[in-house]
Design a protein around this ligand. Structure first.
Ligand SMILES: CC(C)(COP(=O)(O)OP(=O)(O)OC[C@H]1O[C@@H](n2cnc3c(N)ncnc32)[C@H](O)[C@@H]1OP(=O)(O)O)[C@@H](O)C(=O)NCCC(=O)NCCS
Length: 155
């Protein structure tokens, strides 16, 4: 298993993972746009030449905003979420960024568990922020310092 920067050639595979992970999954063109942005950080995990997880972050001032993180549904709960986030955190550190910020739906329990085990804490709530099939759900805004992955537990 390796972690490497995503390139536009990866967009179709990453879109497949994203579409299986979110109701409003991104197209290959959406993914390419994010990968191409100079302030973007796009990393993927690859196993036997197959993309199995990826994450996209954006540099904004001295903050790193986690835009999305997703693992192939067939490969979840194997530590890939931790692996990809920690690689992203290391890259954010190399870029001199100071804080992580993210938004996550209050009912997304696997993601919240991942973020908490990586040291994120809730700093705000955006009420009824996301549309769901049957209504709206709050977004939790979570944050933590960049570069503190090695001080937290997990896979
Ligand atoms: C969130 C997500 C990326 C986690 O990926 P993963 O590869 O399964 O993560 P890991 O195996 O590294 O597990 C990380 C942590 O997530 C939590 N977790 C994983 N699967 C879980 C589940 N089914 N239920 C509850 N918590 C779970 C655990 O706390 C785990 O930490 P631990 O191993 O220290 O206990 C994955 O579930 C996913 O792709 N979800 C759909 C996309 C999404 O919602 N992304 C986040 C919002 S942007």
């Amino acid at each position: 298993m390796i972690v490497r920067p995503a390139t536009p050639e990866d967009a179709a595979a990453l879109s497949r993972i994203h579409v299986q992970s979110f109701d409003d999954g991104w197209t290959p063109a959406d993914i390419t746009t994010w990968i191409a942005r100079p302030e973007g950080i796009a990393l993927l995990a690859e196993d036997a030449s197959e993309q199995v997880a990826f994450a996209l972050a954006l540099q904004a001032g001295d903050e790193a905003e986690l835009l999305t993180i997703a693992t192939d549904p067939a490969r979840r709960s194997q530590g890939l979420g931790h692996t990809i986030f920690r690689a992203l955190d290391a890259e954010a550190g190399r870029r001199g960024l100071n804080r992580w910020i993210l938004e996550v739906a209050r009912n997304n329990l696997p993601a919240i568990a991942l973020y908490k085990s990586e040291g994120f804490v809730e700093i705000a709530v955006r009420k009824a922020y996301y549309k769901t099939g049957d209504g709206r759900v709050d977004a939790l805004v979570m944050s933590r310092p960049v570069g503190s992955s090695d001080r937290h537990g997990g896979a």
